[in-house]
Structure formats: C-alpha cells, structure tokens
Design a protein around this ligand. Structure first.
Ligand SMILES: [Zn+2]
Length: 136
C-alpha cells in the first residue's frame, strides 16, 4: 500500500517528497496534520531499516516534528512506530501527530500496568541478556 503511494499509483497528500524519504498525511488521523514518514526503500519494520538510512530517516522525522509546530500551530508532537503488532501496513512508517495541551489524546501507551515485586528485575535481566551490542 505505501509502496503504491511511493510509486504514485495511490493518491496521498504528500508533504515531504525526497529521494530517500516520503511523508504523507495519514488518511485516518489522530488529528489533522498527522503525518506518516516512510523510507522509499521497502523495509517491513524499524529493525529492518539499513544503517545507512537510519540517520536520514530520523532527520526527516525531526523536520516533520518542527513543521507541525511551525506550520499548524501545534505545541508539540507525538512520535511513534508500531512494529508488526498494530502495524496496519507492513512498510516501516513513523507517525508524527501534532499535539496541543488539552487535545484529549491519551496516547498509544495505555492501558498501563505496574510491576509485581521482583518482576522488573526479571524483565530487566531478560532484556539485558537479549540486547545486542551497538553495531551488531
Ligand atoms: Zn512497501
């Protein structure tokens, strides 16, 4: 679906059109101005993004974050990426949604939970053991 947008086969309101990255409006926005930033090269998820595209991708996201403030009068933004679960389209996309205090968004980050006694340390151990070193 996003590859079709990138190929010009599907209509989209494109706001950023550059050799390696494209940004367009989400058709079902959290708020008007909710942009999806994608790499032109098809990759499924963030872990699949090649190293040479990482910095430019984040830089494009930064510029969109500034644009929703400067261009739309938002106070800030919410930035998120779903990988596999809740990822409606299997082409990496970063959501940039304009935010303004009192806009009612509770975020993607709930319902929230708490850790049982000792659980945080156990989860921490599992993550530390699985975490690859930088550059791996
Ligand atoms: Zn694609």
């Amino acid at each position: 679906m996003f590859c079709a947008i990138l190929a010009g086969e599907t209509e989209a309101e494109v706001v950023l059109d550059e050799p390696s990255y494209v940004g367009f409006l989400d058709v079902r926005p959290l708020f008007p101005g909710h942009v999806l930033v994608v790499p032109r090269e098809h990759v499924d998820t963030l872990p699949d993004l090649p190293a040479e595209l990482r910095d430019g991708f984040l830089e494009a996201v930064q510029r969109v974050c500034r644009a929703v403030v400067d261009g739309l009068g938002a106070q800030g933004s919410f930035v998120a990426m779903n990988n596999v679960v809740s990822q409606s389209v299997p082409h990496l996309h970063c959501h940039v949604a304009p935010r303004t205090k009192g806009d009612g968004l509770r975020g993607f980050f709930w319902p929230r939970t708490t850790y049982a006694e000792g659980e945080a340390a156990e989860v921490g151990d599992r993550l530390r053991a699985a975490l690859a070193p930088p550059g791996a």
